[in-house]
Structures are given as structure tokens and as C-alpha cells.
Design a protein around this ligand. Structure first.
Ligand code: BG6
Length: 469
């Protein structure tokens, strides 16, 4: 079979403001929750108003100043799309101001104009793992209903400002992650109760649907989606208890997509709340707001996992605690590699949501070695991505509508979980060490040319391997 993706398939990469931009207090930017977790979202929470320790994310890869060079490299690879996020704190530094910060707005104008030069379509996430730190300390994060209003003010501001430049939007990155890391997800303390976390999540779901409504009003020709961490679980064994535990495990994250695509809370979630004595304040107006559903569903996919009724088998995975699959190999970071999982997930989500899908993160975090001649031969990354893309194509053949694929971290960036630099995802190497030293010079890896040929041929150069390869 020859591989060929749809003609209008969007090819590109995905980055997030707090993992690339740096310039963390420049041009009026306020402190964000990400600035206050300098060692990554699993690291200590540091109030940097009191204790301004520095962190690798403060400069990151200095995309704030070097974006023209980076966009040119993305264009050289043939990108037709770049997923990026706007740092809320560049636009509203504290989050509760009534007037936006013009310098922050101007930065993204310059960035979108640069992309336009190369016909790269922006796909913009409104909130990627960060919020104004001030809203956490002064208002209690998303636990406070008022934050919905601050968020929609921010969303309205950027929709109005960029309405002629940005036609693809996402609301909250990996919205289901808050259940596992509430500080980063909803600005709550890590020891918050389930009830507090679900209440904050509810506010975020309402804010997401209000943003969808605003986007449709302000930019009628735009499409706006949600973003899920695609943590698909297979039953560890055919034991009925394991199958049911897996069903519940998948409901734990599919629930977010159900609300965002159907416009109401599913019955299984209402039962879960009742049985666990979780009381959520949902107003009539909230119910009305939730009816504004997304145009498409986007997700990240790095690995699959297993579901079991035996909780003691859980291990730390990406953001979640996961049960490993005995049939799969893992990356250097223990993330299990399962290309078939992306086909399975695409089919599952399409059948469930009946909305177009967008793969907005996928990739391999690995240690790269620069050879004496300066080359970086990242065949492992090429293999990983080749095998996943072959399965994406299979899913398209299965009938799944896939809008595009933006691989995670097309340029090396700071990893989210532990703020590591050694965990590299890029097609472009960045000379940066964990202690912050390094010239920040950019250099294409072998995968750069590989991805360039995949995009140019619209997938035809992908290799279908026999099962023993
Ligand atoms: C996703 C996030 O969970 O995974 C990204 O949306 C993140 O922000 C990516 O970088 C990979 O995780 P990590 O920890 O390897 O950077």
C-alpha cells in the first residue's frame, strides 16, 4: 500500500510558551504558575515574589528573541502548521487587569506575521500549563468562579486582536491533567480534595465553553477545539474486574471530552460524584454555557497503558501513574512505545465524539549525542515517528477524519514534567545544558531532513515495516 495523506492535511510541530519563550519578566510579563515551578510541574512550588531563585525556563531556548530563525527552520522543513500557546501573563500580567499589556500583544503580532510570511497556519492554545500566579495567591486559582471572567476577558482580547491572523484555536492544554497535577492544571494546592479539584475543573469547563462561544462570535470562520491527554488504557488481563477498571480509567479522562463535545455532564460522572460524596456547584447558567461545544477534538499521545483492579501495579508515567504493558518496550524515560495505540485512540475518539480530530502532540523524548563532525543521528526518533505516522494513516483509511499532526517539540525545549533539557524531542538541536550554559545555537538533526521529506511527499516516504523489523 502506498501512503498518502489527505491533500489539506496540516503538518507541523507544537510548542508551548513557557517551554520555549524565556524572557520571563520582559515587556511587562507577569509571573505565571509555570515560573513558580522552576523544576517542572512535579517540582517544588516557589513563590518567586518572596524567593526569586532562577530556573532554566526563565531563558528557556529564548524563542522570544530568536523566533524568526526558528520559524525559518520550521518553514525549511515544510511546516504548514505550528501549534503554539500564548502566555496569558504577557497579555494580563496579574490576570485581573481590565486593560491588556500592549507589549505582550505586539509580540504575538510579530510572531504570527513571521509565520504568515511562510504560509504557516497558527494553531493557538489559550492556556498551556500556566496561569497568572497572582490569580492563584489572590483568588485561589480556578477554585474561584471569578477566574472564569478573567479568562474570558483574556480570550476575548486575543480573539479580537488576532481575528485576521489565527483561525485555529484550542482552549486548555490536556484539560484532564488537573486530576493529577492540580497546581499546574487549575492553580490549586496539591493536597486539595477531589471535590475542590472537580469544582475548579467545572469552572474551567465553563470557561472553555464560553471561549468557544466568543470565538464563534468574534471569528465566525475560525475553528476551536479542546485538548485531551490521550491516556488510553487497555485491560491488563481479560479478568472482568480488570476490564471494568479499564473502562472506568478511560472514563476518567474521556469525561472531559464528553462534556466538551456533548455539552453536558454524562450520567456516569454524576453517579461517580454522588457515590464519592463530591458536591459540585453547577448553576443553570453553567448548564446553558456548556452547550457551546467544540468544533474538533485535539489530543496528545505518547504512550498507552493498562487498566487493572490492582492499584498496587501503578508506576509513574507521563503525567499520570500508569500500569505498564508487558508487551511494549519503553523510552529512556520509561514511556512505553505503542504506535498501534494511536490508531486505536483515533478510532475510539472518532467513534465516541463524531468530531474531526487533530493530533497536536506526539514524539519521543530522548538523549541526543552530537558527533565529532557535529551531526546528530537520531534514528530512534525517526523510527518512533515513522511508526506512529504509519498508524495515523491507517486510521485515516479506517475512516477517521484527521485534520493534522503537530509533533511535540520540533525544536528542543524544556520538558514540562521536570524542566529537563536533556530530554530532547526536536528535529532541531539547541545547544543548551541543564546548568543553563550553552550558546543556544540551533542545528538540524538527521530527523530534520527525514520529516522534511515526509511532509514534502505528503507521507509517501514513510516506511511500512514488516512485523519482525
Ligand atoms: C504533554 C504536555 O503532557 O507532554 C507538554 O502538553 C509536555 O507540555 C509533553 O512537554 C511532554 O512531556 P515532558 O515532561 O517530557 O516535557
Amino acid at each position: 500500500m502506498t501512503i498518502k495523506f489527505p491533500n489539506d492535511f496540516l503538518w507541523g510541530g507544537a510548542i508551548a510558551a513557557n517551554q520555549v519563550e524565556g524572557a520571563y519578566r520582559e515587556d511587562g510579563k507577569g509571573l505565571s504558575s509555570s515560573d513558580c515551578t522552576p523544576n517542572g510541574l512535579f517540582g517544588d512550588i516557589v513563590d518567586r515574589n518572596q524567593n526569586n531563585i532562577t530556573g532554566i525556563k526563565d531563558r528557556a531556548i529564548d524563542f522570544y528573541h530568536r523566533y524568526p530563525e526558528d520559524i525559518a527552520l520550521f518553514a525549511e522543513m515544510g511546516f504548514t502548521c505550528l501549534r503554539l500557546s500564548i502566555a496569558w501573563t504577557r497579555i494580563f500580567p496579574n490576570g485581573d487587569e481590565t486593560q491588556p499589556n500592549e507589549k505582550g500583544l505586539a509580540f504575538y503580532d510579530r510572531l504570527f506575521d513571521e509565520m504568515e510570511k511562510y504560509n504557516i497556519t497558527p494553531l493557538v492554545t489559550l492556556s498551556h500549563y500556566e496561569m497568572p500566579y497572582y490569580l492563584i495567591t489572590q483568588y485561589g486559582g480556578w477554585g474561584n468562579r471569578k477566574v472564569i471572567e478573567f479568562f474570558t476577558r483574556y480570550a476575548k482580547t486575543v480573539f479580537e486582536r488576532y481575528k485576521n491572523k489565527v483561525k485555529y484555536w484550542l482552549t486548555f492544554n490536556e484539560i484532564n491533567m488537573s486530576l493529577h497535577e492540580p497546581f499546574t492544571g487549575v492553580g490549586l494546592a496539591r493536597n486539595s480534595t477531589k471535590e475542590q479539584i472537580y469544582q475548579a475543573i467545572h469552572h474551567q469547563l465553563v470557561a472553555s465553553s464560553q471561549a468557544v462561544k466568543l470565538c464563534h462570535e468574534i471569528i465566525p470562520d475560525a475553528k476551536i477545539g479542546n485538548m485531551l491527554l490521550g491516556a488510553v488504557a487497555y485491560p491488563l488481563t481479560p479478568k472482568p474486574e480488570d476490564v471494568w477498571a479499564t473502562h472506568n480509567e478511560n472514563h476518567g479522562w474521556l469525561f472531559f471530552g464528553d462534556v466538551q463535545t456533548r455539552g453536558y455532564y454524562p450520567t456516569y460522572m454524576r453517579r461517580y460524584f454522588k457515590e464519592n460524596n463530591i458536591n459540585i456547584n453547577i448553576t443553570d447558567q453553567d448548564k446553558e454555557d456548556l452547550k457551546s461545544t467544540v468544533d474538533f477534538v485535539s489530543f496528545s499521545y505518547y504512550m498507552s497503558c493498562c487498566g487493572t483492579s490492582d492499584d498496587s501495579l501503578r508506576q509513574k508515567g507521563n503525567i499520570l501513574d500508569m500500569v505498564p504493558n508487558p508487551y511494549l518496550k519503553a523510552s529512556e524515560w520509561g514511556w512505553q512505545i505503542d504506535p498501534t495505540g494511536i490508531r486505536y485512540l483515533l478510532n475510539l475518539l472518532y467513534e465516541r465524539f463524531q468530531k474531526p480530530l487533530f493530533i497536536v502532540e506526539n514524539g519521543l523524548g530522548a538523549k541526543d549525542e552530537v558527533q565529532p563532525d557535529g551531526s546528530i543521528n537520531d534514528d530512534y526518533r525517526i523510527d518512533y515517528m515513522n511508526d506512529h505516522l504509519v498508524q495515523v494513516h491507517e486510521a485515516i483509511e479506517d475512516g477517521v477524519e484527521v485534520l493534522g499532526y503537530t509533533s511535540w517539540g520540533p525544536i528542543d525545549l524544556i520538558s514540562a514534567s521536570k524542566a529537563e533539557v536533556t530530554k530532547r524531542y526536536g528535529f532541531i538541536y539547541v545547544d543548551l545544558n541543564q546548568d543553563g550554559s550553552g550558546s543556544l545555537q540551533r542545528r538540524p538533526k538527521k530527523s530534520f531532513y527525514w520529516y522534511q521529506s515526509v511532509i514534502k511527499s505528503n507521507g509517501q516516504t514513510l516506511k511500512i515495516k514488516s512485523s519482525n523489523e
